[in-house]
Design a protein around this ligand. Structure first.
Ligand code: GLY
Length: 356
């Protein structure tokens, strides 16, 4: 499968092209023309770390599994993978070295939602969120309550902090502050007791997996699952378990989700906004770009802006519409990809870029 060229839209072009029609005109017609025109489902999309997830979820859809259950089954492959340090087992911990997971799921036909936040010791947070949806009249369970619920549902408990994640956390602690008593173990190899050699802070990461599915009946389901911001303050909750922020579904319109800086996605009601834009007729890619541009306009804190006044953080949006059209857009970066599976198979495609 040939990956279509990236539909890059820089900020100057974006702002000059005000209005949905102008924005849609900025999108890559040749790539769209080359892409098989999917009409309806099944189609599954995910963040770039979800190639295995979209393939698994599509197989489930083809077996008649409900789309909400299919995406939860899909992302479990990534939650179970200790090499992915953004979710589930092996996710990066909070500042105290404890892995705390957030997840949400939504079922289009019933418009029901379930979510957990700050969940410890259970790797498949999306599956626990699905149980909240299925077994309760609540939407969001947090912390000790979420863990007790997961236990009641029969989920196994384990230490989610892998050796690799623990080493990354220790490295972060060792380089956090030149004046504290935590040293980077590199200093054992090259002792620098007088200078307290300090490599500078390790950047925080916001790895996450979002996955959305449309079946051949036109029904939608979506989920987002994450270990959240690495080295976060204990108890910090990101966008992933917030319905309308990191994930949202309206069965008559489409589904959307986000990865990246959760605070910005919460402050923009990101996934909800994307679905509303699609409801007004936008292509999913255009809807994603509009919300990224909205986030850019509302980002005021100097530490979050580069010298051109643009957001300096990562944020990627994903959307699938009820007619099978889909797309993704990212705030910045090159070769940022998302995963897709449909009748043409599972593959990665390039995200549109707001700031190329
Ligand atoms: N988007 C994931 C997080 O910020 O927690």
């Amino acid at each position: 499968m040939t990956v279509p060229p990236s539909p890059r839209v820089d900020r100057r072009h974006f702002i000059a092209a005000s209005g949905a029609a102008a924005l849609t005109a900025a999108l890559p017609r040749p790539a769209d023309a080359a892409r098989p025109q999917v009409r309806g489902g099944p189609v599954v999309i995910s963040s770039g770390n979800g190639l295995v997830a979209v393939a698994r979820a599509l197989a489930q859809l083809n077996d008649g599994v409900d789309p909400a259950a299919a995406v939860v089954h899909g992302v479990a492959a990534v939650e179970d993978d200790p090499r992915d340090m953004s979710v589930g087992l092996g996710g990066l911990p909070n500042e105290q070295g404890v892995v705390q997971l957030d997840a949400s799921v939504m079922h289009g036909p019933t418009h029901k939602a379930g979510a957990v936040a700050g969940l410890e010791n259970v790797r498949n947070a999306a599956a626990v969120a699905l149980e909240v949806l299925r077994r309760t009249d609540h939407v969001l369970l947090v912390g000790a309550g979420a863990l007790a619920f997961a236990r009641a549902c029969g989920f196994e408990e384990e230490n989610l902090l892998t050796e690799r994640a623990r080493q990354a956390w220790l490295k972060w602690k060792g380089n956090l502050n030149p004046d504290d008593d935590w040293l980077d173990d590199d200093q054992l190899v090259t002792p620098a007791p007088d200078s307290r050699a300090h490599a500078g802070p390790t950047p925080h990461t916001h790895g996450t997996i979002h996955c959305a599915a449309l079946n051949d009946q036109g029904d939608l389901g979506a989920c987002t699952t994450t270990s959240g911001l690495s080295y976060k303050i204990p108890g910090r909750v990101g966008d992933s378990p917030i319905i309308g922020a990191g994930m949202y579904v309206e069965n008559d319109i489409g589904a959307a989700g986000a990865t990246g800086r959760g605070e910005s996605v919460i402050q923009s009601c990101g996934a909800f906004q994307i679905v509303q834009h699609m409801g007004r007729g936008d292509h999913p890619t255009a809807a994603c770009l509009k919300v990224l541009e909205w986030i850019a306009r509302h980002t005021r804190r100097p530490a979050l802006l580069n010298d051109r006044g643009q957001p300096n953080f990562g944020c990627t949006m994903y959307a699938v519409r009820k007619d099978g059209a889909y797309g993704s857009a990212t705030m910045r970066g090159r070769n940022v990809q998302f995963a897709v599976a449909d009748a043409a198979g599972a593959r990665k495609e390039e995200c549109a870029v707001l700031y190329g």
